[in-house]
Design a protein around this ligand. Structure first.
Ligand code: UDP
Length: 345
């Protein structure tokens, strides 16, 4: 019988792609999502890709009774925890809402796991924990700097809570994955990223500009100390990222005999790309010029950050396989598919 894995936030961007990767690896994913930032149509896409319905519970991670019930009823044996608010700017405006939601959800989940006896957890963390790094590429031993936003702080505090619980001998095996910049979509174009309102992130902004929803992309600054003056990030295809969760879970399950375990891994490609490089590559894949202009810097942006992902390769046997070109082609196909889908009555 396949091992049932709870995917909190499983209807979201990274969560839904991880559902596909888990199913492909022989796990039985169970989605748990409050649909606060996800769309019903993602479940239709999942069904079409997998050829079967994915069990899905519409509930909140802070609802302990609901969570307990699902974990018991579905015989959950591992958890991948994505459910969290993630808008950096909004978190600055509404810090308490972010702390309440993201930390309460993680605490409630941990309590339920300990009460029911589920040991294996993969936690979504972020490269924001490194702030402005002194050395590139960043390794997992690079210092964790004071967070630049309440959102980033919830990731840091989440990691600390998990490490402390493991240090205290709680029967938990945990891996925190520090994501770099996830982009792209499943190659079927049946699921992808669905930003609410005006996108904050570069790639959805680019695809929405190309399809005519936005007049032009503003490149936030071209006077950074980088080769072309624009910021450098490590853009990782969301399916590579999804597969990293499977590798991490496989790794935890192999540790079976160990009662407690905590580790952290960078999940990136190891290659930095500038904003203008992303724009040029997008123009290549879409076969059309992109309307853009250079604007002022966005406050809080780090000039350059990219991963040293060799620890994940060595310990998890995982490495990113898809290119920036692949990711942008998939993001573009998804944008076109979504516009057609949302235009239907
Ligand atoms: N960016 C940009 N214009 C936009 C959105 C983003 O120039 O409309 C730049 C941003 O300054 C950063 C990069 O694109 O250098 C990636 O930004 P994103 O918000 O996608 O991710 P972040 O690295 O900030 O989490």
């Amino acid at each position: 019988m396949s091992v049932s894995v709870l995917v909190t936030g499983g209807a979201g961007f990274i969560g839904s792609h991880t559902v596909i990767a888990l199913a492909a690896a022989g796990y039985r994913p169970v989605v748990y999502d409050n649909f606060s930032n996800s769309h019903q149509s993602i479940l239709d896409g999942l069904r079409e890709i997998l050829g079967t319905d994915v069990p899905c519970y519409v509930a909140d991670c802070t609802d302990k009774a609901a969570l307990f019930d699902v974990v018991e009823r579905e015989h959950i044996q591992g958890v991948v925890h994505f459910a969290a608010f993630k808008a950096v700017g909004e978190s600055v405006q509404e810090p308490l809402r972010y702390y309440r939601n993201n930390l309460d959800a993680l605490l409630t989940l941990l309590e339920v796991m300990l009460e029911v006896g589920v040991h294996d957890l993969i936690f979504s963390s972020s490269c924001t924990v490194y702030g402005t790094p002194d050395h590139l590429p960043v390794t997992e031993s690079s210092p964790v700097l004071p967070a630049l936003s309440p959102y980033g702080n919830t990731k840091q505090i989440g990691e600390e809570m998990l490490r402390d619980a493991v240090t205290a001998g709680k029967p938990l095996r945990v891996i925190s994955l520090r994501y770099f910049n996830p982009i792209g979509a499943h190659s079927s174009a049946l699921i992808g990223e669905l930003p609410i309102g005006v996108p904050n992130n570069l790639v959805p902004y680019i695809t929405q500009t190309a399809i005519g929803l936005r007049p032009e992309l503003i490149v936030f600054g071209d006077d950074y100390p980088t080769p072309d003056g624009t910021c450098i990030r490590d853009y990782i295809h969301v399916m590579d990222l999804a597969e990293a969760h499977v590798s991490a879970l496989n790794n935890l399950r192999r540790l079976g005999a160990l009662a407690t375990h905590y580790d952290v891994f960078n999940i990136g490609t190891g290659r930095g790309a500038s904003v203008l490089e992303v724009v040029r590559t997008f123009e290549e894949v879409s076969g059309q010029p992109l309307r853009y202009r250079i604007g002022p810097r966005r406050s809080g942006d780090v000039p350059a950050v990219y991963a040293d992902a060799s620890k994940a390769q060595e310990h998890l046997g995982w490495t990113a396989r898809r290119t920036l070109h692949d990711a942008l082609a998939d993001a573009w196909r998804w944008e076109q598919h979504w516009q057609k889908l949302s235009a239907q009555p």
